[in-house]
Design a protein around this ligand. Structure first.
Ligand code: GUN
Length: 296
């Protein structure tokens, strides 16, 4: 059998970002509206700084207004909540993203649930989580949304397919499972206590790996022809060099799967594109406009 198709997340994301930039320009021209995203970064975690910088750059490149608010590692919960309240009240701010993790003195759930659900472009607010789970219109978390868009293009019709989501986080695993249920897949959510994880994976037409364990999913866990989406980004040392690897043993899976996302260059770029999409959709809804179908 020939090797799997490598899903080019970078190219996929570039296409979506170009369509979004187009629609942002139209929104400006037709309605004088420039969508705005505000990002709050508490502390100086280097990885978070890189993520936030990339998000800001992509937002500006799409023609949107991008603001970043840095707060010290020692910021109190009250100070972070006051920042969120000010952004909630600002009509120029259509999307709010508070970068996680937050320092221990700040309750993440309280901060997320203080964001206006219509501006919660992460889709983490309990109202958006509940809306997604009950099939109502909502803002959907960016990483699982990016995975779904790629699956729709590469996995053929999703109806009736067996999907396994390895990992049960609030950011990826649980919303991913909800999205797949909405597409009429038969969904298994696996986690660290799952018995016979290799056997569970082998039954699946679609494997979503989101556990944060380098190369945990092996090639012989994959059903021949399955579509594999690797959400993991793990920095490991190999042959004396630092290397980024996913949660899937890529070279092994490549010889078995039908299609697979690489790390880097798979899910990562799609997450940022979906953040821009959510910001545009939030801005449209806040102004009582329909979201452009080209960007759904
Ligand atoms: N930290 C890591 N991923 C994310 C994300 O998608 N959103 C936020 N707000 N913080 C994160």
């Amino acid at each position: 059998m020939s090797d799997a198709t490598i899903i080019d997340g970078k190219a996929f994301a570039a296409g979506l970002r170009a369509r979004l930039a187009d629609q942002v320009a139209r929104l400006k021209e037709a309605h004088g509206i420039t969508p705005g995203l505000s990002v709050v970064l508490v502390g100086e975690d280097p990885a978070s700084q890189v993520y936030v910088r990339n998000k800001g750059k992509a937002t500006a490149e799409a023609g949107m207004k991008s603001d970043q608010f840095n707060m010290p590692e020692t910021a109190s919960a009250e100070e972070v909540l006051a920042k969120v309240a000010a952004l909630d009240a600002d009509p120029e701010v259509n999307g709010i993203l508070v970068q996680l993790p937050l320092p221990p003195q700040v309750d993440s759930a309280a901060v997320i649930n203080a964001i206006d659900p219509g501006k919660d472009i992460d889709g983490f607010h309990v109202i958006n989580v509940g809306r997604l789970a009950t099939g109502q219109e909502s803002l959907v978390p960016c990483t699982p949304l990016g995975c779904l868009l790629m699956l729709k293009d590469y996995a053929g019709p999703l109806v009736g397919k067996r999907a396994i989501v390895v990992g049960r986080s609030n950011i990826v695993g649980k919303p991913m499972a909800q999205l797949l249920i909405r597409e009429s897949c038969t969904v298994t959510i696996a986690h660290s206590k799952t018995q016979d994880l290799p056997g569970e994976c082998r039954r699946a037409d679609i494997v979503i790996a989101a556990v944060g364990k380098p190369e945990m999913v092996r090639g012989d866990w994959i059903k021949p022809g399955a579509t594999v989406i690797d959400v993991g980004i793990n920095r490991i040392e190999r042959d004396g060099k630092m290397k980024l690897v996913g949660d899937v043993a890529f070279e092994e899976a490549l010889t078995v799967a039908g299609a697979i996302t690489p790390v880097p260059g798979g899910v990562g770029p799609m997450t940022i594109a979906c953040l821009l999409r959510n910001t545009l959709h939030a801005a449209c809804r806040q102004h009582g406009l329909e979201v452009p179908p080209e960007t759904i």
